[in-house]
Ligand binder design. Structure first.
Ligand code: HPA
Ligand code: ZN
Length: 326
C-alpha cells in the first residue's frame, strides 16, 4: 500500500534547510532579469542540466553562483515566501531555516537586507498559514575564523530574530574545531549551536562538533555509523541527526537510496529526522524525501510516524509547543 497519503497528511517540522538552496531555476531567472544579472545559462532546462554533482564541492560551486542573483530585500522575501508555500503544500508546520550571510555580504549585500527579507516572509507565513519558523545563521567553514567572528558581530543586534548558529560549506579539511572560539562566543551570547558533520567528513568531526562546539544537533551525521562508540553515544544522548536522503544521493554520499543507513539508525534508536537540505538542487522537498526513502528502504507506517514525531522532538520549539504536535 502506498504510504504517500500518510506522508502528505502528517504534520512535520523541517530542521535542515538552506534557504539559498530553495532557489528554483524559474525564480533564479526572474530575479536575474529584474536585477540585470547575467546568468551563465540560457534556459531553465540548461540550469537543471547543470545539476549533475559528483560530490559536495561540485554542488557548492553551482549553489554559490546561483545565489549571486539575490541582491535586494524583496529577492530574499520572494525566495523565502516560495519555500514557505512549499511547506504549506507538504504540511510542514514548523521550519528551522539556515541562511548563509557571508554568501551575500561578500558581494556587498548588507546583512540587514538578507535578514529583513527572510524575516518578513516568515512573519507573513505565520500570519497567513500558521507556519512557524526559526532562523539559524551558518558560518561558511571554508572561510576564516576571523570572517566568522565578523559575521557573529553583525548578528548581535538581531539576537531576537536568530535562534542559533550553524556551520556549513566544504567539510573535509575544515574541522569543527577551527571554529571553537566563535561557537564559544556565540553560545555565551545565547545562541544555540548546530553543525554539519559526518556528511563527507569522518566520525572525528562529529565528536568535535559535540565536544568542542557543544552542538544541540548534528546536521547529516550519516558517517557516524562508522564508529560504534559514537553510535552508542548518539543513542544514549538522543542527539538528533538531521538527515537529508536526496541530498546524500545527489552528492554521492550514498550510491543508491536503498543503501541509505537512515532506517538502520532509526531501528537502533538514533534520533534521526528527514529533511530536504537544498531541495531546488536535489530534486525534492520534504515529502518527496519521505516518499523516495520509504520506497527504497520499505519503511513502515510506524516508522514514518516516528520520523515525523522526531522532527518536533529534535526542534527548538518549547516543550509545550512540541507536545502539541507529538
Ligand atoms: N553541506 C554543506 N554545506 C551546505 C550544504 C550541505 O549539504 N548545503 C548547503 N550548504
Ligand atoms: Zn545542509
Amino acid at each position: 500500500m502506498s504510504l504517500t497519503p500518510l506522508i502528505a497528511s502528517l504534520p512535520k517540522a523541517e530542521l535542515h534547510l538552506h534557504i539559498e538552496g530553495t532557489l528554483e531555476p524559474e525564480l533564479m531567472f526572474d530575479i536575474a532579469r529584474r536585477n540585470g544579472v547575467t546568468l551563465p545559462y540560457q534556459s531553465v532546462d540548461e540550469i537543471r542540466a547543470a545539476y549533475d554533482f559528483h560530490n559536495l564541492q561540485s554542488f557548492l560551486d553551482i549553489y554559490y553562483a546561483g545565489a549571486a542573483v539575490l541582491l535586494h530585500e524583496q529577492d530574499f522575501y520572494d525566495l523565502t515566501y516560495a519555500y514557505l508555500l512549499r511547506c504549506k503544500a507538504d504540511n510542514v508546520v514548523h521550519t528551522e531555516i539556515f541562511f548563509d550571510p557571508q554568501t551575500h555580504t561578500a558581494r556587498g549585500v548588507a546583512f540587514e537586507t538578507v535578514l529583513n527579507g527572510i524575516t518578513r516572509a516568515c512573519e507573513d507565513a505565520r500570519r497567513e498559514w500558521g507556519i512557524s519558523s526559526l532562523l539559524i545563521m551558518c558560518f561558511l567553514r571554508h572561510l576564516s575564523e576571523e570572517a566568522a567572528f565578523e559575521t557573529l558581530a553583525q548578528a548581535l543586534p538581531y539576537k531576537d530574530k536568530i535562534i542559533g548558529v550553524g556551520l556549513d560549506s566544504s567539510e573535509v579539511g575544515h574541522p569543527p574545531a577551527k571554529f571553537a572560539r566563535v561557537f564559544e562566543q556565540a553560545r555565551a551570547e545565547g545562541f544555540l549551536a548546530v553543525a554539519h558533520a559526518g556528511e563527507e567528513g569522518p566520525p572525528e568531526y562529529v565528536y568535535e562538533a559535540l565536544d568542542v562546539l557543544n552542538v544541540a544537533r548534528i546536521d547529516h551525521g550519516v558517517r557516524s555509523e562508522e564508529d560504534e562508540a559514537l553510535m552508542e553515544r548518539l543513542i544514549a544522548e538522543q542527539m538528533p541527526l538531521t538527515v537529508c536522503p536526496l541530498s546524500n544521493l545527489k552528492l554521492k554520499v550514498v550510491g543508491h537510496l536503498n543503501q541509505h543507513n537512515l532506517r538502520r539508525m532509526l531501528q537502533r534508536g538514533v534520533m534521526v529526522t528527514v529533511n530536504s537540505d537544498d531541495p531546488a538542487y536535489f530534486g525534492g522537498y520534504v515529502n518527496q524525501n519521505f516518499i523516495e526513502l520509504a520506497a527504497a528502504l520499505d519503511l513502515s507506517e510506524a516508522e514514518i510516524r516516528t520520523l515525523c514525531q522526531n522532527s518536533f522532538k529534535a526542534s527548538f520549539l518549547s516543550s509545550e509547543e512540541k507536545e502539541a504536535w507529538c
